[in-house]
Design a protein around this ligand. Structure first.
Ligand code: COA
Ligand code: ZN
Length: 307
């Protein structure tokens, strides 16, 4: 039996939140259906945030009601504050994603809070969720680098992760929100956390701004991490993190892990339909490196031997 890798599809949330072209609920529902059809089982389809701050997420409740349902599907909603948490809970989410950035500047731009206020806010949400029987995954955003203050010291990321674990957060996601990290930093952060808490608790969230995302994913996998966020077609870019490009493409992570003999359960060829739809809906060219390779093979009439 091959060892399993969880790829959590965040394209509908992280991927779409910054798109200038409005994406309809109907297109989002179709994307979710095609993703599930391709084997995706973990998805973050929405955030419950101020519709003024992020207009693309204004249909979060409506979209939630139309998502595919079934055993083995795991949905999360991102929540920026207690109000967002309550909305996610009332809309049926059993796991919520919290965001804690590593600096005052980033928390200020993203949440209109200082770092200390954001820590308190996360603690309150974790406590409320615990009482409601809802699980929390806390994203340490800017874990490698902050878009405003530059390189993040490893100790800052470790300290915030530990604080959130101590507060009761079941899962921690180490997030390279702007795609400025490297594999050595990944080891420096993940090794002590895994040694202390085990690998089970951790997700890794990457953006491919400088082309090192798959190398970083592999470094994390080598240390035992088995849960990764990604966006189909490499959609993405955070509205509050200038210069950040898309998430690592789902298909590139699928190729990486399948080529290494691990099981993602996701079919790259089936993802191509979602990528086409997402490209049409956003008016952008999309597709990870592996899609370009498949297309060039097809153009030359050569086989695509995708493991
Ligand atoms: N969901 C929906 N609306 C919300 C909300 C939530 N979770 N939290 C606040 N609001 C609304 C308030 O009702 C208020 O609306 P009004 O202007 O119509 O009265 C408005 O947003 C401002 O509320 P306030 O509590 O003063 O928040 P703020 O101005 O300090 O903004 C955030 C803070 C977090 C709500 C806002 O900046 C936000 O939603 N940011 C999005 C962050 C994000 O998505 N980042 C990317 C993912 S990492
Ligand atoms: Zn992101």
């Amino acid at each position: 039996m091959k060892e399993k890798i969880i790829i959590n599809e965040v394209g509908l949330r992280d991927g779409l939140q910054n798109q200038p072209q409005h994406v309809t609920t109907e297109d989002k529902v179709r994307m979710a259906e095609l993703l599930v059809g391709a084997g995706v089982r973990w998805l973050e389809p929405v955030s419950f945030v101020s519709p003024k701050a992020v207009p693309q997420m204004a249909d979060a409740a409506q979209l939630t009601r139309q998502l595919p349902q079934g055993d083995g599907l795991h949905y999360t909603a991102l929540v920026p504050n207690l109000r967002g948490y309550q909305l996610a809970r009332d809309n049926g989410y059993r796991t919520v994603a919290l965001v804690l950035s590593t600096t005052d500047s980033f928390n200020q731009r993203n949440l209109n809070m200082t770092l200390a206020q954001a820590i308190d806010s996360c603690r309150s949400i974790i406590q409320a969720a615990g009482a409601d029987g809802i699980a929390t995954r806390t994203y340490i955003s800017g874990a490698f680098s902050c878009p405003y203050d530059g390189l993040t010291p490893v100790d800052v990321t470790l300290d915030l992760s530990r604080q959130m674990i101590d507060a009761g957060s079941e899962e921690i996601a180490i997030a390279d929100t702007i795609g400025a990290g490297n594999p050595q930093q990944m080891k420096d952060i993940m090794a002590p956390l895994i040694q202390q808490y085990g690998a089970e608790r951790f997700f890794v969230h990457l953006h491919d701004t400088r082309g090192l995302a798959t190398a970083m994913a592999w470094a994390a996998c080598d240390l035992g991490v088995r849960k990764f966020d990604a966006s189909v077609g490499g959609l993405g870019g955070c509205p509050f993190a200038p210069g950040a490009t898309g998430n690592v493409a789902t298909e590139d992570l699928v190729y990486l892990f399948e080529a290494a003999g691990l099981d993602t359960g996701i079919d790259i060829q089936a993802l191509r339909e979602v990528i086409k739809l997402a490209a049409r809906a956003t008016g952008r060219e999309l597709g990870g490196r592996i899609i370009h390779w498949i297309q060039s093979q097809e153009a030359r009439g050569r086989p695509c031997d995708l493991v």
